[in-house]
Every structure is written in C-alpha cells, then in structure tokens.
Design a binder for this molecule. Sequence first.
Ligand SMILES: *Cc1c(COP(=O)(O)O)cnc(C)c1O
Length: 236
Amino acid sequence: MSSIGIRLQQVLRAITEATVQAGREPGSVKLVAVSKTVPATLVQEAMDCGHMLFGENYLQEAQEKIPLLGAGPSWHFIGRLQSNKCRDVAALFNMVETVDRLKVAQRLNECAGALDRRLNILVQVNIGEEAQKAGVMPDETGPLLESIAACAHLSCHGLMALPPYFDKPEASRPYFRQLRQLGQQFAHKELFYNNHQVELSMGMSGDYIAAIEEGATIIRVGTAIFGARPQPGDLS
Ligand SMILES: *Cc1c(COP(=O)(O)O)cnc(C)c1O
C-alpha cells in the first residue's frame, strides 16, 4: 500500500477508536481529507484506497484538480469565500463549509437556483472571536441562520469552526464544546436542515481526537494523510 494509503488507514482507525471510546455510533464521524496543494495523482491514491470525500480551499486549484478525478468523490469547499467566486463554487462542490455572511449566502442561493439545485452548506463560526479570522461571531450566528433558512436553494446542515491555534490539542477542547452548544441551541430553534442530526465540522490533524470526543461529525484532516504542505516561504 502507498504511504498515503497507510496514513489514511491509521487516521480511519484512530477515528473509529475515538468514536467508540466516546460512546458514539461507529461511522458517525466523516473524514474530509484536505487535499489543498496536493496533486491529483496523490488524491487518486487515497481514492484507490476507497476514500471519496475531500476538501479544497482554493477555487482555481479545485477547478483544475476536480475534473481530473472523475465523478466518484464528493468535495467540500473549506476556503475563504468571496461573492464573485460563488457561482463556480456552487457548481463544483457538494458542500460549502465556510458560509459566514449574508451576502455570500444570498449569492450562493441565487447561483444554486440558477443551476436548479440545492446546495449543502455549513455556517462557519469565529468561535474564538479572533479579529483576523473568517466566520460569523457567535452572537450573530442565530440571525444569519434565520436568514439562510429563508433561502430556498440552500440546505444548512450545521456549523463549522477553526478554533485558535494551539500546540496542545487539549487547548482546542473548550472551543469545540462551545460550537457543539451553539449547534444544540440552534437545533432547538429548528434552524437546520435536519435538527436531529446537526453537523459539526471541527478538528484537524493536530486535534481531531479531542474534536470527536466533543461531538464532531465532520473532521478535516490534511497533513496527517498527505504529509506536510509546502509553506508559503519555502523556496521551490
Ligand atoms: C488546511 C485546513 C485543514 C487541514 O489542516 P491539517 O492541519 O493539515 O490537517 C482543515 N481545515 C481547514 C479550514 C484548512 O484550511
């Protein structure tokens, strides 16, 4: 098996173990393999091992890569979203995890309507209330979800967050817990597509075990599967 195949198996095994350990249903956590900067040939290796769910951050990169990989996989958009990219994102992706403002939601709704489809989305919450970070502030999330509920071509399945970065996964735990509580609060108000099964996308390579223990239903893992990405400052 390829090294990607081996790492993928290790991550899948760790997910199952953590899920069962947390008293949750095996299979209740979906793995989005984050393939940003990873060439199509290496994504294909993960597909050859049976993995069919991937995440991309950059539209242009995704537009080049996704057609090379055929109709099998599902793709989540997990990057920053601008209004002028919405049409192409709505056409290319199965889910958009990073909806964080009304303007973008309305634009995606129009574009999905024009394509005669319903688009699956998550609302990204700036759970650490960090100045530079994308995501709607926790106390503005309810009003945004209410506006989105009126968008006929969007199905909002839950919440996504990228908590403040820490070296220790334990430090992310309070943020994961807050996202889960927000999800429960809005499920009570019936603001999601399925209020009995709210998706929580949280946890990356360094902290996905803690995220699963705190209720993640979607984790987004890149480095632990595909290896380290080139850094912006690298000479190459
Ligand atoms: C890159 C990225 C990930 C994956 O990060 P790793 O640490 O490589 O697992 C997850 N979520 C988002 C939003 C990302 O941009």
